[in-house]
Design a protein. Structure first.
Lengths: 112, 116
């Protein structure tokens, strides 16, 4: 089983739609969780960290479910500019605590 | 915010030659940097952890003699792909943790390597 798994998509949604991505992780001792956005042929950029209580940043909401070992990202009122690949990332609590493991990414295409 | 600069952004080289990629932390000191490789439509795969003043730590399956890593200062790590082959063609990205256990990583712009 992969350490971090995501549905690769693509998710094709119309402008204004709400879309949600899930990501599961296998290491129950994982400490930190993140969502990154990666545009084609570019480096990933940190979108938001995911906190235990859930957190929101504008149209983006991140949730963590430790019991089921998954994190989610919800995007409301999708914009064309949201089209990108969204990577979830997990940092373990031990064994090189700064190392981050990435999922394969979920591709989002927002359609006019 | 923290900035990581990577150079070059793309390079084309002939089989058998070596290519050096630089990764610099511009406004902070990084005792640790990470080197990732990403093939098309695949995830970022960690290749190695670069440690300032000591040997790099390589992930399983990554040839340390082929991918030479040097972290000579607190702001610079280099990855040299030696005797490059076409199968080494990929997107190479470095990252550095800006500090703190819970902070996310900041990435360099990436280097697209094409070996012909």
């Amino acid at each position: 089983r992969k350490e971090v798994e995501q549905d690769p998509g693509p998710f094709n949604v119309p402008e204004g739609a709400t879309v949600a991505f899930n990501c599961t992780y296998s290491n129950s001792a994982s400490q930190s969780f993140f969502w990154y956005r990666q545009d084609c042929r570019k480096e990933p950029k940190l979108l938001m960290s995911v906190y235990s209580s859930g957190n929101e940043d504008g149209r983006f909401t991140a949730q963590l479910n430790r019991a089921s070992q998954y994190i989610s990202l919800l995007i409301r009122d999708s914009k064309l500019s949201d089209s990108a690949t969204y990577l979830c990332a997990v940092r373990p609590i031990s064994g090189g605590y700064q190392k981050v493991t990435f999922g394969t990414g979920t591709k989002l295409q927002v359609i006019p | 915010g923290a900035v990581v600069s990577q150079h070059p952004s793309w390079v084309i080289c002939k089989s058998g030659t070596s290519v050096k990629i630089e990764c610099r932390s511009l406004d902070f000191q990084a005792t640790t940097m990470f080197w990732y490789r990403q093939f098309p439509k695949q995830s970022l795969m960690l290749m190695a952890t670069s440690n300032e003043g000591s040997k790099a730590t390589y992930e399983q399956g990554v040839e340390k003699d082929k991918f030479l890593i040097n972290h000579a200062s607190l702001t610079l790590s280099t990855l040299t792909v030696t005797s490059a082959h076409p199968e080494d063609s990929s997107f190479y990205i470095c990252s550095a943790p800006p500090g703190g256990r819970l902070g996310g990583a900041f990435f360099g712009q990436g280097t697209r390597l094409t070996v012909v």
